[in-house]
Ligand binder design. Structure first.
Ligand code: SPV
Ligand code: MN
Length: 630
């Protein structure tokens, strides 16, 4: 083997034996090539053992990539001040020349050029550092969903995060059959040269280059987990491409079970919401069960629509997480159990503090800025908050007592019966609406998803951003084809889930939200009932909406709230002109993003617009619930 001597020199005998035991030339080649190219001082190879996980954690601490907190099982890690979110500019697809034209609206670079650039940046990048090789699985191991992955990194924080967030799969690799051995995703990462604070120095050379043709991702000069952790959003882009070629789906969705105690049943839902539109809080509705909070794979297994949570843990936003709004998560963050906090403040008492925590916070401490005190300004003269708005916690999912353990571990996933698409929309989409069929759901609910700027974001309020399937940042091939693949997948199964739209953000004439944060439980349970044929519904030009009496009962039952008919009528009025505008925006967006979007998609939207305009002519612009007749 070409790299045998090199690898033996860089590894302990034990590490080398772990690698050799896989009898996988492709793994050897991948590790060997980047060992030679990136020039680490040593390489450690991990298997699935507790001892290796502990070793990785200990190394992260010894190297100062993480620091222990007051509860000794908790650690904290800081990313560079300017590496606090996904690097959209530096993230590119490396695309073969012949495909460049169709990929031009996705951030891409010609293959050779990208490859040369990333090789130049990564040449000798691990000099003097110890690197680590880890084996993971996306989805449960040894299942129809499994995608085996190899991570090669010089960041022990990344390695530690992945042990928490993914299922360790060395033994899966051991068992791989000859013809499966090349079929793994490859992730090569380096934090690059570090400064005195253990932060990436050369952020100008930060790159995430993705080769979906060969399932490799190169991530250089970064630490923020959305940029560095190969198995999260990099793997997701590879999986979306792969699923598109193979006829399954990878979606930016939670997986949850809605519990109906009275009827003694659990109904599985998946849901996609653009960021800050209620995704995690829906997956965590009190009284329901969580399977996953971010990424799902869908496969047709014996004719059934089945889903798994790809991950093993949560990389959750830690802003406005407090005892009142997120009791289950908050309680877990306050326990002596393994959690990596990132980009929050470490107070003088060695406790983590963040924005919107709901407790008194210290006036000084250490955070992503360095030594921090209230009022301290950064180089641009901006006051530094005590924690970053995109600060995170990395935690195993099975710490949560609302986890659906059985669904989470099921090799064949769970059978999905409902899909939710929820946007942020102050004046158009009703809180819950059922699609008459799958195709209609994809084209009118999923494709039209939008989020809206709020006073919390910079710039004008109320500006809508298209967010089809809430998945656009990760869809790694042209969106028209992706949309068709969504339609086709649903049509390939025997019992296709019902699709519902959600909108938790309708505002009244006074500009205030109309329902409380808890109302999402009611919308979910109406959808759950519909799946089981339990409620009647009114038609609208875009779907089916609840009767007042059913919602009134659900509000009383689940929230002990009196839901008035006046509020119902306001929330569920169909607003024709607003809906036509939404469809026009969606059409324009698709036309801009993918000129090869199939004509039938545009025709479908045109037919929907026509139907709404006819309704408007007949019933007026605002159609109250129950007034529209087919
Ligand atoms: C998201 O932004 O959708 C996340 C966090 O889940 S990141 O890992 O940065 O993608
Ligand atoms: Mn996400």
């Amino acid at each position: 083997m070409k790299y045998e001597t090199l690898l033996k020199n860089l590894m302990s005998e034990e590490s080398y034996n772990k690698l050799a035991a896989l009898k996988n030339e492709k793994v050897m080649e991948f590790i060997g090539f980047y060992a030679e190219h990136c020039e680490p001082a040593s390489i450690y190879v991990c298997n699935d053992s507790e001892a290796d996980m502990q070793y990785v954690r200990d190394r992260a601490l010894a190297l100062g990539e993480e620091v222990t907190l007051k509860y000794p099982k908790q650690t904290i890690h800081w990313d560079s001040y300017a590496d606090q979110g996904r690097d959209k500019n530096g993230t590119k697809y490396m695309v073969y020349k012949e495909n460049l034209e169709s990929m031009k609206t996705l951030n891409s670079v010609e293959y050779e050029q990208g490859y040369n650039e990333i090789l130049e940046i990564s040449k000798g990048i691990m000099k003097g550092k110890s690197a680590v090789v880890l084996f993971f699985s996306e989805g449960p191991t040894e299942s129809p969903f499994t995608i085996p992955c190899v991570q090669f990194t010089d960041s022990w924080y990344v390695a530690h995060s992945e042990y928490i967030l993914y299922r360790s799969a060395y033994s899966h690799f051991l068992k791989m059959k000859e013809d499966e051995k090349g079929g793994f995703f490859r992730f090569i990462h380096s934090a690059g040269e570090l400064d005195g604070k253990n932060n990436t120095k050369n952020l100008d050379k930060r790159r995430v280059f993705m080769d979906t043709q060969n399932n490799v991702v190169y991530s250089m000069n970064n630490q923020y987990a959305g940029n560095s952790v190969g198995l999260k959003k990099h793997s997701m882009r590879l999986a979306i491409n792969k699923s598109g070629n193979e006829g399954w789906l990878c979606e930016h969705m939670f997986v949850m079970g809605a519990v109906n105690e009275e009827k003694n049943r659990m109904t599985y839902f998946c849901g996609a919401y653009p960021s800050a539109c209620g995704k995690t809080s829906t997956a965590m509705i009190p009284g329901e069960k969580i399977v996953g909070d971010d990424i799902a794979y869908f496969r047709n297994i014996n004719g059934e629509f089945r889903a798994v949570n790809v991950e093993n843990g949560m990389f959750g936003i830690i802003k406005d997480v407090n005892e009142k709004d997120d009791p289950v998560i908050f309680e877990n963050l306050m326990k002596n159990q393994e959690i990596i906090f990132s980009n929050v403040l470490m107070g003088p008492d060695k406790m983590p503090y963040w924005v919107g925590m709901g407790v008194d916070t210290p006036k000084e401490g250490y955070n992503h800025f360095g030594e921090w005190y209230e009022g301290v300004k950064d180089a641009k003269g901006n006051a530094v908050a005590l924690a970053h708005g995109n600060a995170r916690y990395t935690m195993r999912l099975d710490y949560l007592d609302n986890i659906d353990k059985e669904g989470f571990e099921a090799k064949n996933g769970v059978k999905v019966e409902g899909i939710l698409y929820g946007g942020r929309d102050s004046d158009t989409t009703v809180p819950v609406e059922e699609s008459p069929n799958w195709k209609d759901g994809i084209l009118l609910k999923a494709c039209t998803l939008e989020s809206e700027t709020t006073s919390a974001t910079i710039g004008a309020e109320g500006v809508r951003t298209p967010s089809p399937m809430a998945n656009l940042d990760f869809v790694s091939y042209p969106i028209g084809r992706y949309t068709m693949n969504n339609i086709k997948f649903g049509e390939s199964v025997n019992n296709v889930p019902k699709i519902f739209s959600n909108n938790y953000f309708m505002r009244g004439a006074d500009g205030k939200f109309i329902t409380s944060k808890l109302a999402k439980k009611v919308w979910l349970h109406w959808a759950e009932g519909r799946i089981h044929g339990e409620y009647e519904a009114f038609d609208t030009p875009t779907g089916k909406i609840p009767y007042y009496a059913d919602l009134k009962e659900l509000f009383k039952k689940y929230l002990n709230e009196d839901f008035t008919e006046e509020v119902y009528t306001y929330l569920f009025t169909f607003r024709c002109a607003k809906w036509v505008e939404k469809l026009q925006r969606t059409k324009a967006f698709y036309a801009k993003m993918d000129q090869d979007t199939p004509k039938e998609i545009f025709e479908y939207w045109d037919a929907a617009i026509k139907k709404i305009e006819e309704a408007k002519a007949k019933y007026g612009d605002e159609i109250k619930p129950g007034c529209f007749k087919g």
